[in-house]
Design a protein around this ligand. Structure first.
Ligand code: NPW
Ligand code: ADP
Ligand code: K
Length: 505
């Protein structure tokens, strides 16, 4: 599996373990890194008039010296620009010594139209905002719109958070090593990387296993092993029963979108739970989806006793207040072991309702036998439940989601163009297959329904949340322009078909 993402500390650890295990030493790894980048440059830009290689003082610059030497040996016209001297005895110093091209100071950097830039100024070691010569080079290259091949990361992009520190290159291709880093997927970093090429530099799988990363790119490989497929002897309730709470008469659509998505995602039975005064509105719009009156907490208990739904969605269009809190806490008070309630997806108004009662919610979710709680906040909703975490500028979106999941004892789906899914056990995944077509009213309601549908079919909470986010994003990206939320439940069908095929293999 190559879905792991390495933090800077984990990458350094992998590097250290790989060197200790041999056969390559640090300079050997650097040579492999440089070879990979040079091969990409030669393959992608065979006609480049001139290649400017920009080297910083650290090992990212070291990779750059290797690239400059190899490109020159291949007959390319290379101009080498350096900022700072590699530390004596470092691998970068060895690489610089082996590169006999004339070195120009980066402060004098100029380039010509039609040339290509290899960015080896800073990578994993970026420690402060770009300034001086490095910033000047970014301005020149950006102003001339020259194509950039970035080594490891575009200089200025933090590998940990994806933030742009000061300014950063915008690469056409970024070549990174062993595994991707969070900054390749989190915004705005993802946008600055262009296409990301992962190069094998000889850090073997068992080294990554030893490092045991807890952060992943959200791709099917992460959860396909638990992706549900109906058994031959399935009946509808065996395939899972999802219930979705509806709002009042003028706010029923969101629940129906969730319900339809849960049904499409494979839950065998889906029920909309409606207040009495909205029964007629809901009834007029439901066919295969069942409808049941739920007005008070007793109705929730009766439903759980009678119909044994395995998952719930509460929040879309529901309204903010006591009722949302009481229903949520009633569900969380059930025991999972009884087979009663597997889990609850709390979205939208459901989340906002706990703005001033977070401790009650987190305590209920943290009870050992409690059903799984999955919360799906967008940025605004996240800030309502986790104001201090949201305001902490030292934390990346990844770190924020992880901390929130731990505090709330809940799986957190921190939505957006770079959705992060975090589990209270420390695992986290970053999603990268979305598209802005998904930014349409009701899209989040559909996501909540897909996750609940997967949960009802027995998928564990973190995996169900990851799969839901990926499937939702994939369907929206493939559909493209014109997408509205009503399209999404049907648009997930071809995606599910492919996943079911691959799960069967
Ligand atoms: N790990 C591996 O397996 C492999 C890693 N490899 C490569 O190594 C790279 C990481 O190397 P690295 O750790 O030496 O860091 P790097 O990015 O070169 O920068 C550090 C230097 O820059 C300086 N500096 C930073 N920001 C600055 C700023 N804004 N303005 C000014 N100065 C700034 C910083 O100064 P300091 O923070 O110490 O003051 C320090 O001197 C990695 O990205 C990959 O390409 C490959 O060889 C394959 C194997
Ligand atoms: N620019 C974007 N790129 C990819 N996905 C996006 C983008 N904007 C929004 N989304 C996704 O669309 C969904 C919107 O959900 P939400 O904000 O709850 O909307 P609504 O309340 O209208 O349903 C989320 O899954 C989010 O991750
Ligand atoms: K770089």
């Amino acid at each position: 599996m190559r879905n792991e993402l390495l933090s800077p500390a984990e990458m350094a650890e992998a590097d250290r373990l790989a060197i200790a295990a041999g056969p390559l030493d640090g300079y050997g790894l650097m040579q492999r890194a440089g070879e990979a980048v040079a091969a990409i440059v030669l393959a992608r830009y065979p006609g480049a008039m001139r290649v400017h290689v920009l080297c910083g003082p650290g090992n990212n610059g070291g990779d750059g010296y290797v690239v400059a030497r190899l490109l020159a040996e291949a007959g390319v016209d290379v101009a080498l620009w350096a900022s700072g001297e590699p530390r004596t005895g470092s691998d970068a110093a060895l690489a610089a010594a082996d590169c006999t091209l004339e070195r120009h100071p980066l402060s004098a950097f100029t380039a010509e139209a039609g040339s290509l830039v290899v960015d080896a100024i800073y990578g994993a070691g970026l420690s402060k905002p770009l300034s001086g010569d490095a910033k000047g080079a970014v301005d020149i290259v950006t102003g001339m719109n020259l194509p950039v091949v970035a080594i490891d990361l575009p200089s200025g992009v933090s590998d940990d958070s994806g933030e742009v520190l000061g300014s950063a290159f915008r690469a056409v291709v970024t070549v990174t090593f062993a595994r991707k880093k969070p900054g390749h997927l989190l915004l705005p970093g993802r946008e600055r990387c262009g296409e990301i090429v992962l190069a094998d530099i000889g850090i073997r799988e068992e080294i990554i296993d030893q490092v045991a990363p807890r952060t992943f790119e959200n791709r099917p490989g992460l959860w396909i092993a638990t992706f549900p497929a109906p058994a031959v002897d399935a009946h509808k309730y065996k395939r899972g029963h999802t219930s979705v709470f509806s709002g009042g008469p003028s706010a029923t659509g969101a629940a129906r979108l969730s319900a339809l998505a849960a049904a499409r995602s494979g839950a065998g039975a889906v029920t909309v739970l409606s207040p009495a005064n909205a029964m007629h509105v809901n009834a007029a719009h439901l066919t295969s989806i069942m409808l049941r009156k739920v007005d008070a907490v007793e109705d929730v208990h009766d439903l759980i006793g009678d119909r044994r739904p395995s998952s719930f969605v509460l929040g879309p269009g529901f309204g903010i207040g006591d009722k949302a809190r009481d229903f949520t806490l009633a569900m969380l008070a059930k025991n999972r072991q009884d087979g009663a309630v597997e889990g609850l997806v709390l979205d939208a108004d459901g989340i906002t309702s706990f703005r001033n009662a977070t401790a009650t919610l987190f305590e209920a979710a943290g009870r050992p036998d409690a059903p799984a709680l999955i919360m799906t906040p967008h940025e605004g909703e996240f800030g309502r439940l986790f104001a201090d975490i949201a305001a902490d500028t030292a934390l990346s979106k990844l770190a924020k989601a992880r901390e929130a999941a731990r505090r709330a004892s809940a799986v957190i789906v921190y939505k957006g163009a770079d959705s992060v899914i975090a589990s209270p056990d420390g695992r986290a995944a970053i999603n990268g297959n979305g598209a802005p077509w998904l930014a349409t009213a009701g899209s989040g309601d559909v996501l909540a329904g897909i996750i609940a549908g997967l949960l009802a079919q027995g998928m564990p909470a973190f995996e169900a949340a990851c799969a839901g986010v990926w499937i939702h994003a994939e369907a929206g990206s493939r559909f493209g322009p014109g997408l509205i939320a009503e399209d999404l439940p049907l648009a997930i069908v071809p995606v599910l078909r492919e996943l079911t095929g691959s799960a069967a293999r």
